[in-house]
Design a protein around this ligand. Structure first.
Ligand code: SAM
Length: 301
């Protein structure tokens, strides 16, 4: 695929076994359950159209039952294939695309979520601007981010076992395309993208193998759910909810949601492809998934 030189690198999960290598049977029931509790606290009672950015294999998509329509977007076609197999079509639309180049009209969604994804983003302002653009005025954005100022990191730093400073404002890239963020940095970035923070809270207090292996999961989950109200932002994961401020477009009632990801222009149907009226690039729909990763009429370079 030809991407502009200036585009940030992508942490590509294409073909990865993320579901079975990281989640299923891997001792992460605790994390999964506390994230669901956090999401339920933040999701509205009803909604029209939700965008899940970096939906992966659809682990959390079952939580979005209050929305009339849910668009699952991920850069990995194979993750979406699995999600579609599990969830079917119904209320769901599957879109393989880059979060830095969202192929949607401005103001297409009244809600967006991004869970366990921003830690792969080298250009946080760019991705937040994109999400802001596709939300209607007052649209809500639920974001989970990895927190660099967590207890483990603070202890390691204090005892000299970690070089990077957990109190420093700047993101830290501890492994290529894996970032931890200071909670205040995230708030600043949300504000710069005209997303106003409503609330945020700590999640996953007990992400420690020694505890998870000895204490019953339901006990850890129950105590975590209580501590989520503590305001102690010292966990490896922080959930935030914000909403768009300022003027923006409203295309919530428009049923055709797509635009060309490269230039934002209108698309026309040509059989199974969507063709940009401006640049002529054609984007295919295959196996029930809209594929905006590479145009079908442009050769690899
Ligand atoms: C750690 S997984 C999280 C998946 C899901 N949100 C969950 O919590 O189970 C990160 C996902 O982000 C996707 N991703 C990373 N960079 C992306 C980008 N630039 N655009 C779209 N998706 C991206 C990956 O393909 C992967 O599926």
């Amino acid at each position: 695929m030809r991407r502009p030189e200036s585009q940030p690198k992508i942490c590509d999960y294409e073909g990865s076994n993320y579901r079975v290598d990281f989640w299923e049977g891997k001792g992460r029931d605790y994390e999964d359950q506390v994230e669901r509790i956090a999401l339920r606290r933040l999701l509205p009672g009803s909604g029209r159209r939700l965008l899940e950015v970096g939906a992966g294999f659809g682990r959390l998509t079952s939580e979005y039952h209050a929305y009339e329509r849910v668009v699952l977007l991920d850069y990995s076609f194979s993750q979406l294939e699995y999600a579609r197999e599990k969830l079917g079509d119904g209320r769901f639309t599957y879109v393989a695309a880059d979060a830095y180049r969202l192929p949607f009209r401005p103001g297409t969604f009244d809600g967006a979520t991004m869970i366990r994804v921003i830690h792969h983003m080298a250009d946080v302002p760019a991705v937040m601007r994109q999400i802001r653009r596709v939300l209607v005025p007052g649209g809500i954005f639920i974001l989970e981010h990895a927190n660099k100022r967590n207890i483990k990191a603070m202890l390691r730093y204090a005892t000299g076992r970690q070089k990077w400073d957990p109190y420093d404002f700047k993101p830290v890239e501890f492994v290529e395309l894996n970032f931890d963020f200071h909670p205040e940095y995230i708030v600043q970035q949300l504000e710069q993208a005209q997303l106003k923070l409503e609330t945020r809270f700590p999640v996953s207090f007990f992400r420690v193998d020694a505890l998870k292996n000895t204490v019953p999961t339901q006990l850890l989950v129950g105590v975590d759910a209580l501590l989520q109200h503590s305001g102690l932002l010292v966990t490896p994961s922080v959930f935030t909810r914000s909403h768009t401020v300022g003027n923006s477009a409203d295309n919530l009632n428009t049923s055709f949601i797509f635009v060309c990801p490269d230039d934002g222009d209108e698309l026309s149907h040509d059989g199974d492809t969507l063709v940009c009226r401006q640049c002529g690039k054609a984007w295919a729909q295959r196996e029930g998934i809209y594929d905006f990763k590479a145009p079908v009429n442009e050769m690899e370079t």
